[in-house]
Design a protein around this ligand. Structure first.
Ligand code: CMC
Length: 425
């Protein structure tokens, strides 16, 4: 509730003028600062916020995150409860629709997804166009974008039924395309989706694992739930920003895949495993940590823009590791990871900067136990994140307050100058 005292009084010391700016939801409107001018010709005050450290770009009812308390909730439901009791498709529905489905709604949703699992031959052709050593994220990126021409109704972005059709297609086909990328890289024939299986089991089957152990299927399902949304992270902001141009949602989702690919974002899970392999044995940890503290490299899988206490997803994943290793036997890299975490959490460098393991620190060990190669880890993240990207796109496209995304800048280049012909320079 806003009261009359919910305002900010600002005095511009350049002019001596005082302004009263409303505060709502713990924010002021950046455009309210524009009235603060030194004279009529002045454009007005702007905020400067590289990397959006302190700028809310939207109002969202999807995911709540309290970084200091280590809290993550989807539509109000704690991540711990969803990971323990729900399943990925139900969570995807929750993110999109705002409520948990009734049995009838769930059955309909599952059958809508099942009906869209297959991929048009033209998009398969895009996958096949890549060389076998192409990174599967690059293949996924191209294949997601290639869905747009197959579904011309994707351009009807104001039609609620068309919006929903694309959301269903994206959430179904991303798993099939991820599996195709894997099989293509492995030089193996594609395996058709099996609509009767759960989302996670279907994926494992499509990458060639027949009748996977239910405990492994459950672990993958939990990982997908943990990755399903994370409010305005880099890739989701990319989806919203690109989608705000009113381009079709496949192109917007492809932007999300591209952003996720980077090693500071979803690519971190791949980087963690490579880092653990490089460290090789526990006695190499101290030298590695010294290198990190000396600025040579980052401890991948540590640190987060928002979590400054612990990442609740990492806690759940660490427990899931135990369940998975009970089936597959312990991955020797786990010992290095546990020891590395211990050393880092006791080191002043990491303590002072509030650096804790994030979702990517242990997830790769589970993927590896599921026989998923390291290059596929970020693809797994993308499959898990599709409900978040599409729910955020859906929310954005139906939000009357949103416009085309267009930040301002502080120009620091040369003042106007005259062109000189090449010989005169
Ligand atoms: N290893 C060593 N030092 C670090 C690390 C790290 N992983 N992360 C941050 N720092 C240091 C950083 O050097 C800086 O130190 P100083 O104040 O002396 O300059 C301080 O901590 C603050 O770091 P920052 O870069 O300003 O923090 P940020 O909020 O911009 O970056 C981050 C967040 C996740 C990009 C960063 O912590 C990082 O690069 N982590 C490693 C990559 C990683 O694990 N990414 C996955 C993130 S979670 C899942 C996802 O989003 O995909």
């Amino acid at each position: 509730m806003t009261t009359s005292t919910d305002t900010l009084t600002v005095t511009d010391n350049r002019t001596g003028t005082t302004y009263e700016i409303p505060i709502a939801d713990g924010t002021i409107r950046a455009t309210d600062l524009r009235q603060i001018k030194v004279d009529d010709a002045d454009f007005g005050l702007m905020t400067y916020d590289p990397a959006f450290m302190n700028t809310a770009s939207c109002r969202s009812a999807i995911t709540f995150l309290d970084g200091d308390a280590g809290v993550l909730q989807y539509r109000g439901y704690p991540i711990e409860q969803l990971a323990g009791q729900s399943n990925f498709l139900e969570v995807a529905y929750l993110l999109l629709e705002g409520e948990l489905p009734t049995q009838t709604q769930l059955t309909q949703w599952e059958s809508d997804i099942a009906a869209e699992l297959t991929v048009d031959p033209r998009v398969r052709g895009v996958v096949e166009g890549f060389s076998k050593d192409a990174h599967p994220m690059t293949i996924l990126l191209a294949a997601i974008a290639a869905l747009a021409p197959v579904y011309p109704d994707a351009n009807d972005i104001t039609d609620p039924e068309a919006q929903r059709r694309q959301v269903v297609r994206l959430n179904a086909k991303v798993a099939t395309l991820g599996a195709y990328a894997y099989r293509h890289n492995a030089g193996q024939p594609y395996i058709d989706p099996k609509p009767g299986l759960s989302y996670a089991e279907n994926f494992l089957t499509m990458i060639g694992q027949e009748s996977p152990d239910p405990r492994l299927v459950k672990a993958l399902d939990v990982l997908l739930i943990l990755h399903a949304d994370h409010e305005q992270n880099c890739s989701t902001s990319a989806v919203r920003s690109v989608g705000s141009s009113q381009v079709d949602p496949y192109s917007a989702a492809a932007a999300g895949v591209a952003a996720l690919y980077g090693p500071l974002h979803g690519g971190a899970n791949e980087a963690v495993l490579k880092m653990l392999r490089r460290i090789e044995k526990a006695e190499n940890i101290p030298a590695f940590i010294e290198g990190v503290k000396g600025g040579k490299e980052r401890l991948m899988g540590f640190g987060h823009r928002v979590y400054k206490n612990f990442d609740p997803r990492a806690t759940i994943i660490k427990k899931a590791c135990d369940d998975v290793f009970a089936v597959t036997g312990v991955n020797p890299l786990l010992e290095i990871a546990v020891q590395l975490e211990k050393v880092a959490l006791e080191d002043e460098y990491f303590v002072k900067r509030k650096l804790y393991p994030n979702v990517d620190f242990y997830s790769g060990l589970i993927y590896e136990a599921l026989n998923i190669p390291v290059e596929m880890f970020t693809v797994m993240f993308a499959i898990g994140r599709m409900p978040g990207w599409t729910s955020q796109w859906y929310e954005m496209i139906n939000d009357k307050e949103q416009k085309i995304s267009r930040p301002r800048q502080v120009y620091v280049g040369p003042a106007k100058r005259d062109y000189a012909a090449v010989g005169a320079r």
